[in-house]
Write a new protein. Sequence first.
Length: 305
Amino acid sequence: MKTALKIIAIVVATALFSCGGNGGKQQDYTDTPVKGKITISADESFKPVVDALVQVYESNNDSTKINVQYKPESECIKDLWNDSIRMVIATIKLTDAQIQSVVDSIHVVVNQLPVARDAVAVIANPASKDSLLTMAEIKMILTGTYTRPLVPVVDGLQSTSTIRFLVDSVLKGQKLTDKAMGASTSDSVINYVSKNPNAIGFIGVSWIGNQDDAQQLSFLKKVKIVAIESSDKPGKYVLPVQANIYTKRYPMTRDLVYILKEGHRGLGSGFANFMSGEIGQLIFKRAYLMPGRKNFIIRPAETKQ
């Protein structure tokens, strides 16, 4: 009898220890892909499209609740080591070493996937003479050496994905001018540029690209989108529309990535699959981002640039 009890005890202990790589906490999960409640963090630059994704997912699965905390990208990066945040949506892609650091820290499976391609749009006051700019001129505006006293305006002066992109990919380590203005949110950038003729704004295209969205249409009445010299055809200027984002003719593009931290098939997995699936990709397309998981067909058309 004692031998039998010992065997049972060993089996139970083994089962408890092997409840996933999350310190035995997997048994505490109550969520599934279609039921439950989780918290995720997302780069504030992508609030319009993330709001749309969450709204549709919750509408299709009425037993779910996805709480989104919108933050600068650097704060989203910190959330990778926060086990109460199930997913991060930003423009970062983790290295193998960073993934291993998260796994070692919170003992959970980490998966990441680019789901869309975004562009950094340049906006100007309607009265501004600057409707066409080269990347060299963009660089001069950002460093404060442009021929006219234009002031760059961004969503914060540090820690945001837009700032990181401009410093890393455009300035390539050069210092951003001290005259640069920081606004608390992307819509604040739009409002500031609309009131200041010498301001040039830098925001994610999802804030102004969707001409089916009433709020974004109202934004486009306040500012104009600047065309940038094509990366493959000198002298040709292009707007951050989907075809130019897809081909990277528009020179300032970046990937939108989800990083999922989930040791079981839960609500985070369901939302991740939704973003990379048919409906999620259509939502990215309607937001005028380039869908990253579906083929995109370019049809010839007469357009005005």
